[in-house]
Design a protein around this ligand. Structure first.
Ligand code: G
Ligand code: G
Ligand code: MN
Ligand code: NA
Length: 251
């Protein structure tokens, strides 16, 4: 069995073995829905569900992340349009994970613009989550971020605190959200969490704490006025239909 071979096949067979799940992000003070993160799943015909933690690195190594990443973005854009048609009032923004390999491809912005035009989605519903590695190659980082801002797409730094990022970049670049890596919340690294929240507040960047699993973790985040949260304590990643039933107002 070769994951690369099967992934190539799954991409060439019209992506039918992939699906997107959606995990709510909430306002920590009120518990209100503030956003969603789109997360891919692969249902392998023989091996069952394979985690993106396993297959995304293979997709990145082989370049398959480029067509797969386009499929993901189209899928989310079409989902936004479906949801907006059903309920125009309670749909929050949706965060899409963008691989550093996608980000670094020279036509990344063109691909994004094309998908937005083809689907007709309102770009203000979109947020891109990119890990800190995207700042490592400094060429065009500002240009690309400014292009996204012009289009109206927000940018979040994913897994913040685990990788390369100079604090001066946070001030220099137009970044909307820091997502505190879930390892800090899961291990109750209170000093680190509080420091990241302070930096974000001073720089006027929103912050989301990931990996909230317990009432104790939530209480700590409330006590330091952390604004947004995401984690199994609130909701697991769920199917589009379940999100609709639980969270969207019906007309
Ligand atoms: O959803 P889960 O916790 O299993 O995700 C595991 C890893 O896969 C995380 O690092 C997450 O960012 C990544 N991942 C999940 N969905 C996507 C996606 O749609 N695109 C990319 N590039 N990465 C994803
Ligand atoms: O790397 P990224 O932050 O995109 O990864 C998101 C992943 O984190 C998703 O695959 C999701 O399944 C997982 N996740 C979301 N909430 C929790 C949580 O409360 N605890 C743990 N352990 N994982 C979580
Ligand atoms: Mn993410
Ligand atoms: Na993260």
């Amino acid at each position: 069995y070769s994951m690369e071979h099967d992934l190539r096949k799954a991409v060439s067979y019209a992506y039918t073995d992939f699906s997107m799940l959606y995990q709510p992000q909430v306002d920590i003070k009120t518990g209100e829905l503030a956003g969603l993160e789109a997360l891919i799943r692969w249902h392998h015909p023989q091996r069952g569900m394979i985690s993106p933690a396993e297959f995304i690195p293979v997709a990145e190594k082989t370049g398959l992340i480029l067509p797969l990443g386009e499929w993901i973005l189209k899928e989310v854009c079409n989902q936004i349009i479906t949801w907006k048609t059903a309920d125009d009032t309670s749909l929050p923004k949706i965060a899409v994970n963008v691989s550093v390999i996608q980000w670094q491809s020279s036509d990344f912005i063109d691909r994004v613009k094309r998908i937005i035009n083809e689907t007709g989605v309102s770009p203000e519903y979109l947020e891109f989550e990119i890990t800190e590695g995207f700042m490592e190659d400094r060429t065009n980082v500002s240009n690309k971020l400014n292009e996204l801002r012009k289009i109206g797409i927000q940018v979040a730094i994913d897994d913040f605190g685990t990788g390369y990022s100079s604090l001066s970049h946070l001030k220099q670049f137009p970044i909307n959200v820091l997502k505190i890596d879930k390892s800090f919340i899961l291990q109750n690294e209170t000093a680190i969490i509080e420091s990241i929240c302070d930096i974000a507040e001073h720089l006027k960047i929103n912050v989301i704490a990931e990996g909230i699993e317990t009432q104790g973790q939530l209480a700590f985040l409330q006590s330091i006025n952390c604004t947004y949260g995401q984690g199994f304590y609130f909701e697991r990643p769920i199917k589009a239909g379940e999100f609709e039933e639980k969270y969207l107002r019906r007309q």
